[in-house]
Write a protein that binds this ligand. Structure first.
Ligand code: BG6
Length: 485
């Protein structure tokens, strides 16, 4: 067989979920409130107004804490994965999944984040999930932090701003490693660690109105704590689970110059380097000069303990994982037409079509990203999120979604081409293999799945799961390891 045209043997085909977007059961099994449980569904806000969707205040958190229902808080209900995980995993197995990426809801194990012992009911829930995956020979890939820190830590310490949160996260992670050791080899530390600047509350529990004046500095400080925590848990994971593999996780925001004008090119390069800075720290174990210079220029002072930089250097990751949805363009000129992206705007690219949510569809950008990341890091890569949010229609109990198949097909072809050029790609988990609650807008109607879930934005519906046309298409791709493309 001509190896140039196939994915590697044992390629980890699958899908990716986050606890707060699927589990529901927000107040069951001893779970504490998480930052996701206070995210309000803002029906009348433009879906491209990311800042407005992510906006949070002390008052809105207080109001949410007084509200005992899930009416305005879709992430409290998710898609009821907490009770339906066995049915859902059976559907993933039917598609032939080799891997499933999930996250552990920190506040299910440590309701306020500060307990010394884990909540056993929470631990047992994940053991049941891992047992189910094992039964179906599906490899778990587990994210420790995916937008769901305990709300109590956010309120008490302004999220990751205070250093003490590192200890709480390390304790939580150690429990995960010790208790889930028999099941889990692949771990990711922080989902899209770079997103802290785009939505500081979702990513790091920072409520902006509680911040001291210099927000840039506050966010960099919290980020530094996350980097140190990531390195410490990478160390612990390697110690506790021999042979384990730990990855960083980056939102890959590949950006093209809008024109070949040198100023567009220069601005674009800086933007791309600033995107790669996060994985640079976790792979190379040091802060790039570009960022250190920025701190100097903007009088940003990061509090570090003497051993912090040694910790970063000593415990780097084994592989790089990333999400890829769209590409952006950048221009040095003013007044350019903008296009939407994953909680970010960029200059509109005239060559690309967009999804219903305005994200520019760019399969070639995935190949560009793979080549760039592999060339830079020379470590295995895993695509742990990719997909398109779309409106689906149920007609006579069926969902015909050729647009989704087209999207995936085009992206898989580019992955294949990157592998043929020598990129060490070890896995691919599509985002939201089953419809789930949107992270950015809390909508259900922004559907990513191969499996439809009967629930609308207001939470009405039977929660019935229905296989879409794309379900059978992806099944075939996995069965043939991409040869049927
Ligand atoms: C990624 C997140 O940024 O994008 C996911 O890790 C999220 O949690 C996904 O769901 C898609 O974004 P959205 O806003 O369409 O749900």
């Amino acid at each position: 067989m001509n190896n140039e045209h196939v994915f590697p043997e044992n390629f980890l085909w699958g899908g990716a979920l986050a606890a707060n977007q699927v589990e529901g059961a927000w107040n069951q099994g001893g779970k504490g409130l998480s930052v996701a449980d206070v995210a309000v569904y803002k029906k009348d806000v433009d879906v491209k107004d990311y800042a407005a969707h992510a906006a949070i205040t002390s008052a809105s958190v207080e109001q949410a804490m007084q509200d005992p229902s899930d009416t305005h808080y879709p992430k409290r209900r998710g898609i009821d994965f907490y009770h339906r995980y066995a049915e859902d995993i059976a559907l993933f197995a039917e598609m032939g999944f080799k891997a499933l990426r999930i996250s552990i809801a920190w506040s299910r194990l440590f309701p306020t984040g500060e307990e010394q012992e884990a909540n056993e009911e929470g631990v047992q829930f994940y053991i049941r999930v891992f047992e189910e995956l094992k039964k179906h020979h599906i490899e778990p890939i587990v994210t420790l932090s995916h937008y769901e820190m305990p709300l109590a830590l956010s309120l008490k310490y302004n999220g990751w701003v205070e250093r003490t949160v590192i200890d709480h996260f390390v304790r939580f992670s150690r429990v995960c490693f010790e208790r889930f050791k028999p099941y889990v080899k692949y771990w990711l530390t922080f989902n899209e660690i770079d997103s802290i600047f785009r939505h500081p509350f979702t990513t790091a529990g920072i409520i902006p109105d509680r911040c001291p004046e210099n927000q840039q500095q506050t966010i960099y400080q919290a980020l530094h704590h996350q980097f140190v925590a990531s390195a410490l848990v990478t160390r612990d994971c390697h110690d506790i689970i021999p042979g384990s593999q730990v990855g960083c996780m980056l939102t890959k925001l590949t950006t093209y110059p809008h024109t070949c004008h040198p100023q567009d090119v220069e601005k674009t390069l800086i933007k791309n380097l600033m995107n790669l800075f996060y994985s640079d720290v976790q792979v190379f174990g040091e802060y790039p000069a570009l960022v250190q210079k920025q701190w100097q220029k903007e009088s940003i002072h990061i509090e570090m303990q003497p051993h912090d930089l040694d910790i970063l250097k000593a415990h780097t990751v084994d592989f790089i994982s990333f999400s890829y949805y769209m590409s952006l363009t950048e221009s040095a000129s003013d007044g350019m037409e903008m296009a939407a992206g994953n909680t970010i705007l960029g200059v509109k690219n005239p060559y690309l079509p967009s999804t219903d949510w305005g994200w520019q569809i760019d399969p070639v950008g995935l190949k560009v990203s793979l080549l760039e990341l592999y060339d830079r890091y020379k470590k295995p890569l895993m695509i742990v999120e990719n997909g398109m949010g779309a409106k689906d229609e149920v007609v006579d109990g069926k969902i015909h979604d050729p647009y989704r198949i087209d999207y995936f097909k085009a992206h898989f072809e580019q992955m294949k081409a990157a592998v043929a050029l020598g990129v060490d790609l070890i896995g691919y988990t599509s985002w939201g293999p089953i419809d789930l609650v949107s992270a950015g807008t809390s909508q259900m109607s922004k559907r990513y799945g191969f499996i439809y879930v009967d629930q609308d934005d207001e939470g009405h519906g039977t929660l019935e799961r229905i296989r879409k046309d794309s379900f059978y298409w992806y099944q075939d791709i996995i069965k043939t390891n991409g040869a049927s493309l």
